[in-house]
Each structure stands twice: as C-alpha cells, then as structure tokens.
Design a protein around this ligand. Structure first.
Ligand code: NAP
Length: 242
C-alpha cells in the first residue's frame, strides 16, 4: 500500500487515524509537537498491523521545519501517498478579550500548518501524479462558536484552502478533501468545563460525543480508492449537531 503522513498523530483523533491507516496497510509517519513517547506508543500499535511506522517531531507552523521533515521522509521512504493534516490547537477566549498572540498561534498552527504541508507534499504528489490530502476542519468553521473566533477562522480557512487546492491539483490526480467533526472525545474537549460539555451534548441529535475512531473511518475512506472521484468536499461528522 502507500506511505501516509499524519500530523498530530500522538494523541486523540490523529492517533486513531494513524492506527486506522496502518490497519488499511499503509506505512505511517506520525508527527507530533512534543509528546514523542505517546507518538512512539501509537507507532507500536501501527506496527502490530505489519506496516512500518516512524515518529517525527516538528512544528507544522514552521515552514522550514516542514520542508526538512518531508525531505527526510522522501529520502527514507519515498514520496508520500497520503497526507492527513490533523495537528491543531485551541486558545479559546471571547473576541473582545482575545490577545493577538492567541489569534496568531491558532491560525498559524491550524491553517498555516495545513498550508505548509499541503504545499510541500502536494508539489511532490503532483509530480507523482497521485495522492490524497485530507485536512481536519471543524463544524465550528461552518457555524462559528462563541469563544472560538480564532479557532473558527482557522477551520473555515481550512475549508477554503481545501476547495482551492482540489481545483489546482485535481488535473494531476491529487484529491484534496476535509472532514469537519463535531464534538469528539479527546484531550482537546476533555478540558472544557462540565457546563459547556452538557450544553454541547444538548445540541447533538444523537445525544453523545463522537469517538476518534468514527473520524478515522472517514479519513480512511477519503484516502482510499473507494473515494477515487471525490475531491474538494467537506464531510461533516457531528452526530447531527449543526
Ligand atoms: P488533541 O487531542 O489536542 O491532539 C492534538 C495533536 O496535534 C497532538 O498530536 C499534538 O502534538 C499535535 N500538535 C499540536 N500543535 C502542533 C504543532 N504545532 N505541530 C505539530 N503537531 C502539533 O486534538 P484532537 O481533539 O485529537 O484534534 C485533532 C484535530 O481535529 C485538530 O485539528 C482539531 O482542531 C480537530 N477537531 C477536533 C474536534 C474535537 O472535538 N476533538 C472537533 C473538530 C475538529 P503533541 O501531542 O506533541 O502536543
């Protein structure tokens, strides 16, 4: 099968995506910002599926770091077939009180990181005339959310970037899609106050949070030949929230 890069693969949704793509038979590069030990544990689970897995730590917001990492991956394993832009952060706060650095950190990681990786890996995929790029947006990028102007802007940006890249790369056989999850169990949502979680659950038709594996299944589909005529799409998986 192919070679897949999963950014932010050390925890949560990214860990589930890494394991699912390994189960699908792909060799996996697991990126993280700092939790190398957790990423190594994910790599072990991937290897149990009989594929190769390696951990690479770099900051997706840093263009030069992305370039260096992708160059190493290409030299060690070859041109990636699948790129999953999953790394993301939150720095929540009401708009009128939000500090510029709260805005910049979220946009440079969640949107800048997607731009960096899509440009660098997308160029290689174009030359190879094949590839699938899947980026994690969020329902918040479609509907907005009080306290998350920075995050919502970054995730709306991911949708615009995905649709534009799909139009540019399609003729070279590279598909570009996004997944927009709702409220998924992970470290990112664990830290929310109980009151906020209760309120969120009240808005979900299915009356439960999603599981990382439920997002990984959609990424697996979009990365596969089963989705060979799907590009420029945003698949919402939110249990009927928006
Ligand atoms: P999470 O549990 O907080 O994990 C975030 C991952 O991103 C970690 O692996 C982290 O690495 C990595 N990361 C953060 N900043 C990075 C950087 N600058 N460079 C490289 N890696 C970086 O998050 P999650 O809940 O699984 O979310 C995964 C993605 O889904 C995010 O894009 C998020 O916005 C999106 N999403 C999540 C939900 C949800 O309800 N959970 C809903 C909609 C969308 P370290 O472990 O090293 O810190």
């Amino acid at each position: 099968m192919g070679i897949a890069i999963v950014t932010g693969g050390s925890r949560g949704i990214g860990a589930a995506i890494s394991e699912k793509l390994a189960a699908d038979g792909h060799d996996i590069v697991i990126n993280c910002a700092s939790s190398v030990e957790k990423a190594e544990a994910v790599a072990e689970k991937c290897r149990a599926h009989g594929v190769k897995a390696m951990v690479k730590q770099w900051n997706v917001a840093d263009y030069a770091a992305c370039e260096a990492a992708v160059k190493e991956i290409k030299e060690e394993w070859g041109v990636p077939d699948i790129l999953v832009n999953n790394a993301g952060i939150t720095r929540d706060g009401l708009l009128v009180r939000m500090k510029p650095d709260q805005f910049d950190a979220v946009v440079s990681t969640n949107l800048g990181g997607v731009f960096n990786m899509t440009q660098i890996v997308g160029a290689m995929m174009m030359r190879a005339k094949k590839g699938a790029i899947i980026s994690l947006s969020s329902v918040v990028g479609i509907s907005g959310n009080a306290g998350q102007a920075n995050y919502a802007a970054s995730k709306a940006g991911v949708i615009g970037l995905t649709k534009s890249a799909a139009k540019e790369l399609g003729a070279r056989g590279v598909r570009v899609n996004a997944v927009a999850p709702g409220f998924i169990e992970s470290d990112m949502t664990d830290v929310l106050p109980e009151e906020v979680k209760k309120n969120m659950l009240g808005q979900i038709a299915m009356k439960r949070c999603g599981k990382p594996e439920e997002i990984a299944n959609i990424v697996s589909f979009l990365a596969s030949d089963a989705a060979s005529y799907v590009t420029g799409q945003v698949i919402v998986a939110d249990g009927g929230m928006i």
